[in-house]
Design a protein around this ligand. Structure first.
Ligand SMILES: Nc1ncnc2c1ncn2[C@@H]1O[C@H](COP(=O)(O)OP(=O)(O)O)[C@@H](O)[C@H]1O
Ligand SMILES: CC(C)(COP(=O)(O)O)[C@@H](O)C(=O)NCCC(=O)O
Length: 445
């Protein structure tokens, strides 16, 4: 990646470097340390950091983003993500639904939806909260969130890595289920595990196609959840790195959705009901985890990601300067551009086991390799379909600074600022959210 109009003589310069080459500024290191601590707690994933933050900077833009968002026409009113309140509220992330007809049904019967993907199981379920939230947590949202009896409807988000735990959890929270009830389901596991789910929970299964779920989910979140989407600016300081990008309901479409799960699906979305899966790639989150577990001692995704954040990829990647001795000015390739990912790891011709590379450097190189590739592919699809906004979803992103920085850099660099890279607070839950909302899924009995 990387072509700029460099006219100066061949030199090695950090100016205008691709994002992975700048060192993490000291202030940001503090944030990373916080994240490392959080990621050690299974119930408190990194995503909480943004979900629970009320301090993201909100921006208006000439491209039609408004602040605060005003629902248009028959659009649903906004849901609200709140900081974790003090009393009786769930410990896991949730949003509160506005008290309106569209959501009234969730007050009376529980709804549960699961997205069983190639790696993770995501659950979205409704619950009713009795207690009063502190008023200040809803400040700025002039909507009614409580019903007459003071109750509020929550939509909760939780992920699992194995089916047995999911089933045990659902048995625990879904105590009012009856034999006629349905569990909403999507993802490959909605086929593979349908019988076991129905047998264990004693309910029917209503399946929604995975792509349809993604679109329903992203549409709902963008059009009803204030401050769902944001941009990432690595060179800004602290919380300013994240900027809300609320968008008016009538300006949401068209856009490109790049969902990075185990593999990648790329969808061109023209409306909630008109979309096409225009591309895909097998080099996604599963590749990062799979190669990471082969090449490093990391024991899980969080460890691998944390390693990557500490690594220096220049020890394992061959840069343009390693090959040219400096920049390749004729092509506008900067000296510090990655010429070949992991190309310094080649051991052919060396004594066995002689060469050693640090696992964190390998992890960093791997993360950059996967993210750069996705960024460039997303740009190409965005350009091909003349789309100005690319939303990235999927649990791979994890709101990780290296990942978002690399994706944003690629989109911005290649499109010369014409296309915007956007992220979603509920990045990993698009499918589960969409299947939660779908009333017309196919029933399995
Ligand atoms: N705690 C985690 N455990 C496993 N994978 C994780 C975790 N956090 C992030 N990931 C990344 O998310 C990817 C799965 O994303 P997801 O959107 O859930 O896809 P899928 O539906 O295929 O399971 C994994 O391949 C991995 O790269
Ligand atoms: C098969 C899948 C839709 C499954 O979704 P996932 O569990 O990865 O979220 C996805 O992995 C994918 O689109 N893979 C890429 C396939 C391709 O090369 O187009």
């Amino acid at each position: 990646m990387g072509h700029t109009s460099v006219t100066s003589p061949r030199r090695i310069s950090p100016r205008g470097s691709p994002p992975h080459l700048r060192r993490t500024p000291p202030k940001f290191r503090k944030v990373l340390v916080l994240k490392e601590k959080r990621s050690a707690e299974p119930e408190n994933p990194v995503m909480d950091e943004l979900l629970l933050s009320s301090k993201l900077k909100r921006v208006d833009s000439a491209t039609g983003c408004v602040s605060p968002r005003v629902p248009a026409g028959d659009a649903l009113p906004s849901a609200v993500s709140v900081p974790r309140p003090a009393q009786k509220a769930p410990k896991t992330p949730y949003v509160i639904l506005p008290a309106c007809d569209a959501f009234e049904k969730f007050r009376k019967i529980s709804r549960v939806s699961v997205d069983i993907g190639g790696t993770l199981i995501k659950v979205v379920y409704s619950s009713v909260m009795d207690d009063e939230l502190p008023e200040e947590s809803l400040n700025g949202h002039a909507r009614k969130y409580a019903y007459e009896d003071g109750k509020r409807v929550l939509v909760n988000f939780k992920k699992f890595t194995d089916l047995d735990r999911l089933i045990a959890f659902l048995k625990e929270i879904w105590t009012d289920r009856k034999s006629g009830d349905v569990i909403h389901c999507t993802g490959g596991g909605s086929y593979k595990y349908s019988e076991i789910i129905m047998k264990e929970l004693g309910v029917r299964l209503q399946r929604t196609d995975e792509m349809r779920s993604l679109i329903f989910g992203v549409n709902f979140l963008l059009s009803t959840n204030v401050d769902e989407s944001f941009t990432y600016h690595h060179d800004a300081i602290g919380i300013n790195k994240f900027q809300y990008r609320p968008i008016a309901a009538d300006l949401i479409y068209p856009f490109l959705l790049v969902n990075i799960g185990t593999g990648i699906s790329i969808l061109k979305v023209d409306s909630p009901t008109s979309y096409e899966r225009v591309g895909g790639s097998s080099m996604g989150g599963g590749t990062f985890m799979g190669l990471g577990s082969l090449l490093t001692p990391a024991q899980n995704f969080d460890e691998l990601l944390e390693m990557a954040n500490r690594g220096d990829h220049r020890n394992v990647d061959k840069l343009v300067c390693d090959i040219y001795g400096g920049a390749y000015d004729e092509l506008g390739l900067k000296a510090d551009l990655i010429a070949g990912s992991m190309a310094k790891c080649n051991r052919f011709g060396e004594a066995p086991m002689k060469q050693t590379h640090k696992p964190e450097d390998i992890a960093k190189s791997l993360l950059l390799m996967v993210s750069n590739n996705i960024g460039q592919m997303a740009y190409l699809y965005g350009t091909r379909y003349n789309l100005k906004r690319i939303y990235f979803g999927g649990y791979f992103i994890r709101q990780d600074p290296i990942t978002m920085r690399t994706l944003s850099f690629a989109i911005n660099y290649w499109s010369k600022g014409e296309i915007e890279a956007l992220y979603l607070k509920h990045e990993g839950y698009l499918g589960a959210m969409g299947s939660f909302l779908d009333e017309d899924g196919k029933l399995d009995d």
